[in-house]
Design a protein around this ligand. Structure first.
Ligand code: F6P
Ligand code: MN
Length: 314
């Protein structure tokens, strides 16, 4: 167990850890505000109404009451943080401008409650967040200054990076986030695979890649929640998640700004890789906040192998 200034790492809380990272006070404040908001989201998940809201999001998907509530919790916290100029959410139609002066400020893209339809069957869900310097949200993900997710499972964990490695914090009995893993690293190749989407809509190349993974001894591990599925691969350090182009949806399902960029940032920071089958997710220039994209994300060699299968080289 490491010790910082006489404290074991299990006693280091998020704010204290962030202050030691040599980042701006505004960024420390922003990450702590998001962490605070997550405490209200987990409360909503644990006790809130499981019904529909009667509205739809920017993808035309039916919103649950929990989607709408989680979005309000996040948006209000960001809006009053004093350090945010623009906000984009998977649950909002348009970019929400908080301030028109971007100096020293951040813009935030988030999915307030990914996997919300899994709450009624009591599976894990999460919040995903990407943080950009200034006002522009339509930048390649590599320009992010920070990314994080909060996983609401049997325990609540928060995983973040500001480009200085990946750290995991876990909520304690006082609802404080304390450091539980530092400098998380991924193996070059893994033994778990998480394939999203209907297999009968996969291309032959994607099918061959699945066969390759099974032949090399990879086990199927798919919950249907992006946050827990990615968390398993990242924390175990071994595996690949894919949501490929499908016959009837060439861009797959997952959203570049709200889901893929933050996860790609975190996994690259841990030594992994995320591509759309051709180029790194983090190099894609978004055309709109609603963009979707196929994804292969996880251990570097496995993701590279997916690219070879797609090119027909295997
Ligand atoms: O937000 C999209 C999402 O719910 C993710 O959490 C999950 O990875 C994916 O959809 C599951 O999609 P499917 O049911 O098509 O495999
Ligand atoms: Mn989502």
């Amino acid at each position: 167990m490491t010790s910082v200034a006489g404290k074991t790492k299990f006693q280091i809380d998020l704010r204290q850890h962030l202050r030691d990272q040599n980042i701006s006070g505004n960024l420390v404040h922003l990450i702590c505000e998001i962490a605070e908001a997550s405490k209200y989201v987990i409360n909503a998940v644990r006790t809130g109404d499981l019904g529909v809201a009667g509205t739809s999001n920017l993808y035309g998907e039916e919103q649950l009451a929990l989607d709408v509530l989680s979005d309000r919790i996040m948006r209000k916290r960001l809006q009053h943080s004093g350090v945010v100029c623009n906000i984009a959410s998977e649950e909002m139609e348009q970019i929400f401008q908080v301030s028109s002066s971007p100096q020293g400020m951040f813009s935030v893209a988030y999915d307030p409650l990914d996997g919300s339809s899994l709450v009624d069957v009591n599976l894990a869900v999460g919040t995903i967040v990407g943080i950009y310097q200034g006002a522009d949200l339509l930048q390649p993900g590599r320009k992010m200054v920070g990314a994080m997710y909060i996983l609401y499972g049997p325990r609540v964990s928060l995983v973040y990076s500001v480009g200085k490695g990946v750290y995991e914090f876990t909520m304690n009995q006082l609802m404080e986030y304390t450091l539980t893993r530092e400098n998380i690293r991924m193996e070059p190749s893994g033994n778990i695979y998480s394939p999203g989407g209907l297999r009968k809509k996969y291309s032959p190349e994607n099918e061959s890649f699945i066969k390759y993974l099974e032949d090399k001894g990879s086990k199927l591990r798919y919950s249907g929640g992006f946050v827990p599925d990615i968390n398993q691969i990242l924390i175990k350090g071994k595996g690949i998640f894919m949501y490929p182009a499908l016959n009837d949806s060439p861009n797959g399902k997952l959203r570049l700004l709200f889901e893929l960029n933050p996860m790609a940032f975190l996994l690259e920071q841990a030594g992994g890789l995320a591509t759309n089958g051709e180029i790194p997710i983090l190099d894609i220039v978004p055309e709109g906040v609603e963009d979707r994209c196929p994804v292969y994300i996880g251990c570097r060699e496995d993701v590279e192998k997916a690219g070879e299968f797609l090119k027909g080289a295997c």
